[in-house]
Design a protein around this ligand. Structure first.
Ligand SMILES: Nc1ncnc2c1ncn2[C@@H]1O[C@H](COP(=O)(O)OP(=O)(O)O)[C@@H](O)[C@H]1O
Ligand SMILES: [Mg+2]
Length: 240
């Protein structure tokens, strides 16, 4: 990302965000509410557009105010997962996972089902394949959402507070899946309030406040000896 800036009306939401994320890196994106974390993820996949700067994802270049089609390739590289799961309520776990491969990619149903079952197994839900979302816990729903994102064979996942609605025990099962995916080499950009997870699993922490990167570096540096007042203030509140 190079100088990515965005305003809503007269309000600056992202103010010249520049950083480089390496393939396979796990980045924890932390910071105060309203600091621009969700907007930054949304700008990467085209759910929000930005006004200045550019984002390069692999060989794909996204220009500010460029055509919608410039996001096509990027969307194939990243799955995005949200706090509220966004599963189809009238589809079973397996049907949720195979919907996009079948509909978007034209994968034959039998092959998609077989792959879908393997993905559900990978997130520890093989025996829940035929359950509907309403029959699953929040943690299980979120793991279905992860399996669904993986079904499109992305290079990385963008996760926006995906454990915020979950009880502590269920948080742990979702964060464990992310840790496995990191080990498998996926690039992960994870908006999170789980400072322990960030410390343990992230290669780097980006602290975004008021639309700017207030602090950036390895977890032990950002959490242990932050240099900016803004970062110190935020970290005092979350680590208290
Ligand atoms: N669609 C929108 N229209 C207007 N303002 C928005 C919109 N989305 C986000 N904002 C504003 O942008 C700022 C950053 O929001 P957001 O990226 O959601 O922050 P975070 O995810 O860090 O809490 C906030 O002030 C928010 O109110
Ligand atoms: Mg947010």
């Amino acid at each position: 990302m190079d100088g990515v800036s965005k305003t809503y009306g007269s309000r600056s939401v992202l103010d010249g965000v520049s950083t480089v994320i390496a393939p396979g890196e796990t980045v924890a994106l932390i910071g105060p509410s309203g600091g621009g974390k969700s907007t930054l993820l949304r700008c990467i996949t085209g759910l929000a557009r930005f006004d200045a700067g550019q984002i390069t994802v692999g060989s794909h270049r996204i220009e500010a105010r460029g055509p919608a089609s410039q996001y096509d390739g990027v969307r194939r590289m990243f799955g995005m997962i949200f706090q509220d799961f966004q599963l189809f309520p009238h589809f079973t776990a397996l049907e949720n996972v195979i919907e996009a491969p079948v509909r978007v990619r034209g994968q034959p149903a039998a092959e998609a089902r077989e792959r879908g079952l393997r993905l559900l197994e990978r997130v520890g839900l093989a025996e829940r394949a035929n359950y509907y979302p309403r029959e699953l816990s929040g943690g299980q729903k979120q793991r279905v959402a992860i399996a669904r994102a993986l079904a499109m064979e992305p290079r990385g996942l963008l996760c926006d507070e995906i454990t915020s609605a979950l009880d502590p025990e269920l948080k742990a099962e979702v964060l464990d899946v992310l840790t496995d995916l990191k080990q498998e080499g996926l690039t992960l950009i994870v908006v999170t309030h789980e400072i322990h997870f960030a410390r343990r699993a992230a290669d780097r922490i980006l602290l975004l406040a008021d639309g700017r990167i207030a602090e950036e570096g390895p977890p032990e540096t950002v959490l242990g000896s932050p240099t900016s007042d803004r970062a110190r203030k935020f970290l005092r509140t979350v680590m208290a």
